[in-house]
Design a protein around this ligand. Sequence first.
Ligand code: GLC
Length: 587
Amino acid sequence: MKYRVPMTIESAEDFTAPADQSEMTEVITSTGSEWWRTAVIYQIYPRSFASSNGDGIGDLPGITSRLHSLSELGVDAVWLSPFFRSPQKDAGYDVSDYCDVDPMFGTLADFDTMVSTAHDLGLKVIVDMVPNHTSDQHVWFQEALAAPEGSPERDRYMFHDGKGPNGDIAPNNWESVFGGPMWERTTNPDGTPGQWYLHIFDVSQPDLNWENPWVREQFFGILRFWLDRGVDGFRVDVAHGMIKEEGLPDYTPPVEGASMGGTAAVGTDVDPDIVEAIQETPYWGHSGVHEIWREWNAVLAEYEGDRVMAAEAWVDPLEKMALWVRPDEFSQAFNFGYMFTEWTAATMRSIVDESIAAFSSVGAPSTWVLSNHDVVRHATRLALHVDVPQGAGIGPMTKGKPDTAEGLRRARAATSLMLSLPGSAYLYQGEELGLPEDMDLPDSARQDPTWFRTNHEKYGRDGCRVPIPWEADKPSYGFGPSAKSWLPQPADWGPYARDAQEGVAGSTLELYRSALALRAEHNLGSGTVEWIDGYGPDVLALRNGAVTVIVNFGAVAVELPLDDLLLASDGIVGGALPADTAVWLRS
Ligand code: GLC
């Protein structure tokens, strides 16, 4: 059964899911060769991947030198977090020149070499586009500050007068995702207090005014600049935030952690009042953004081949997120609902069904993702015994710290399940090594603006950004040619190093490699999910073509026929599937 919906859906209200849930698991596949529909995409966080010069910060030549290890791993594409010119107030998500490489990461020539090396290895390259805001050091913002109120330069951003007789009260009560107010007051050239500007994130990241056609025009040029250099697509940052509700009304988030757009409430078991409130957030998920994505889609379509556009859109529920991936908008969107689903058989089954139903209803593939540079690594998160709101991070004082072995065991099972699903999957650098979150970073090393803007109340995201280990016995574990590393690496990371796992049966690296090879061999990315019942409430079993996947989410081993084993996320003893373990069997 294939689903088609009118291409004219304008809002979540217009969306009607097929009534029969059992029919929802079939993905609509395109007739074109849209590689991204089934691709496994590996996220490179450039500053923490590999350093070529030993300055402690990863760079483009470092990436180029290690790309072969990613093609050996078996991924289809890489997505690079920002490497553009930037004062690095938010690790590069504060861009001061969209058409140049920050000297910290190399040069445009280094970028070209990286792209051609990737292409030679058969890897596609996706770059990060950050359109919601620029750096305050961007020339557009500097010109806006220098220009008078009401000028075209000011209209590029969201400048507003303050409230109160002296204009010294912020235009509204919105709170920045990183903590503190979402408004900053400027100072006029004569030293008097001036207008306020909006910044959803750090004070150094002023929001652009996407109602202004001039802003839209600039980004068409920026997209073409990178497409001309051969990129295969874009991951678009904060794709749900660019249009704000008219009149900028006051707003109070219903739950802590909802600031990214509802992540604290994403999931299958959510209070409907909370979801309702999140949908109405005046700066997230406004339907005005869709026009922008149609325009961007048209720019990509000017180029030969299949270019991908992936949305970072923290939007709930999934039916609403599906609106971002209608055929003339994004190709795909990160499935954050899946990322934050509780580790139980029932919740996982529902989210897989709901995801496939929602995305396939508009002809898009579902994506699956467990980790990225903004969240606690899943080898830690899946064994946390406390709720940690998105962005809060964990650190030395966090209560309910996870057991590392339990976390890794669950992570390996979770990844094995994820890589068996139809659609596209995202991996975050280091997860193939089983890396946990670094929970013991010294406070003095922290760099995430969240840590500073919340007066050290929230640890932020540094714990998932520590440079990754390549060689157990080298300084900085081979991250670079010196011992330097912009965030200190834990002393006990040697066993996680790539060279300590290469060719070692049962290592996390070899598990990922086998899963990726089997996924490709059996075309699981373009398959379907057929649930198999009867193994009890803690066991999830599905058939995707020639492969049967069984996952035991429970605390005790389950007796099962385990013939024709293709893959096991951990050791199998006798004829029983241990707790927190997944297997792939020949169907
Ligand atoms: C996105 C990025 C995050 C960044 C924020 C502001 O959520 O993933 O790292 O801090 O946007 O650009």
